[in-house]
Structure formats: C-alpha cells, structure tokens
Design a protein around this ligand. Sequence first.
Ligand code: GLU
Length: 310
Amino acid sequence: MTNPASDHSVSCRDYVGRFAPSPTGPLHFGSLVAALGSCLDARHAGGRWLLRMEDVDAPRCVPGAADTILLQLEALGFEWDGELLWQSRRERHYHAALTRLRDKSAVYPCACTRREMADSALARDGSRRYPGTCRSGLPAGREARAWRLRTQPGVLRFVDLLQGEVSEDLERDVGDFVLLRADGLFAYQLAVVVDDAEQGVTHVVRGADLLDSTLRQIYLQQQLDYPTPQYLHLPVATNMQGEKLSKQTLARALDVTAPARTLAGALRFLGQPLPADWADASLAELWRWAIAHWDRARIPRMRAVAWPEG
Ligand code: GLU
C-alpha cells in the first residue's frame, strides 16, 4: 500500500515545511506532536515536508538516538521529501554565514566566561542577558572565546499563525547572543537559520517552547538577508504537573507497535477530528483522513496543554 503522505498530486511548490528533531533521545509524545503538526500542515497545503537531524550540539546528542527517531517516524508512516539533512555535516555553511556577518561587523568576539556573567539578568527563556562587556573590543590581554551577534534597540514583532503577535526588544531583553560557542560549536540559533534558508523552508511549525527563540532567528535572518518564513507554534504537551515532556520528566516511550493509535492520540491533542471508525482504519487510511481534514483553526490556541496520556 502506498503511503498517502507521498501523494503529491496537488503539489504546491510554494510551501516547504520541516521537522527538525535533536537526537538527544527517542521521540516522545511531545516531539510526535511537532512532527505530525508540521507534516499535516505541509501536506494539507500540497507542500513539501523535509526532515533535518539537529545534531550540531554534539555533547548533547545520544548515540543511537538519531537511528531510533528515524525508525519511529517510519513505523508511524511519516515520509519526508528529499535527503535527510544532518547538521553535523554542515559546518562549512555555518562558517560561511558567520564570515559574512564578520565582514559587516554584525558579530564580535567575546572573552566573557559564564562565571563573569553570573550576575546578569535572565532573558525570558532563562538564558543570561549579555551585559555587552566585549561589544567595543576585547579587554586587554583577553582572548576570544565565543562570537556574538550585535543586537539593536527597538521592539521587533511577528505574527504567529496560531499564537498571534509576539514582540520583544532583543537588545534590552536578550542582549547580544552567541553564534559560535566557546567550545567551538555553532549555536542552534545560527544553524537553524542557515538551514531553514538554504532548504527554502517557507513555514516553520514547531513547539511553543521555541517561541522565545523566534525573534532572535528573525533578526538573524535579516542580518543575513534571508527571507523570514511563516511561523506556527503548537502547544507543548506537558505532564499533569505542567512540566514539558522530556527524558528528565520521564516521558513515556512512543508505542510504535500500535501506530494508528499513537497517531490518533497526537491528532486528538492537536484538536483534529478523527474518523468514527478510526480504530479499524489502516495507518494509510488514517494518514489520508488526517491530511484531508487538517484544520489549523481547531488547534488549541495555547502555549502548553497538560496531557494525561503523554
Ligand atoms: N531541534 C529543535 C528541538 O528538537 C527544534 C528546532 C526547530 O524546530 O527549530 O527542540
């Protein structure tokens, strides 16, 4: 039986979506929601859906997790377009982007250690707001550890397709943020922006835990003369204590032996209707139904939803 997700008869070349898991562990219910939401939004629009393994942060990657994620996605009937992209093999692209930013003095070297910044204020996502110590040059005798992007005063905003308007003054609330880390690795913010642009991504559908990163990414796109995709941030699944599902909160492993039931759970979380006889439907039938009936307006307009089955 063919997988309905690969049927592009109504292909819309304008929509390119993606799912970008970090291989820090197997997929759990929360990451399945992001995979499914991004895939259905793309397929319903007749668009393409790409898969990218975000393994740029090597110390956080868990051996074998990427393979497990791919097996889970396949067992659940996901089909992506084109080649899987590995961030760990794209260093020269990130390097080229950083060089472009260096050439226009949009970035600068920073010598500050974590300890030296321990007293600075916290940004919304819990990271330290950079006080700007190295902005006008490295202090005498100090060496560059990281590279930071220079932010500018003023409120930036964008309209999320689900969560509505989001605004932030990056300079005041976040400060100049790191693009090349002290350990020599490129930061997530740079990798994600370069990859989304080079893969031609037009729509980013992902969990609302990344909402606080989005204006950093939009600002960086502007600095690199990249187009800004549309964003839709799905509610994040939490346990009944309100904690995001993760390895730390002991999220249950996904049951891929009953794929239709597992998909049905994620569809329900996303507020989508299910066919009356879904329990008897094949996986292919459920996919076909889900693509045809996907409706953004039914997704809970919330940043987090507690889910007992997570
Ligand atoms: N790799 C990120 C994560 O798994 C997602 C990045 C994104 O979708 O922009 O949390």
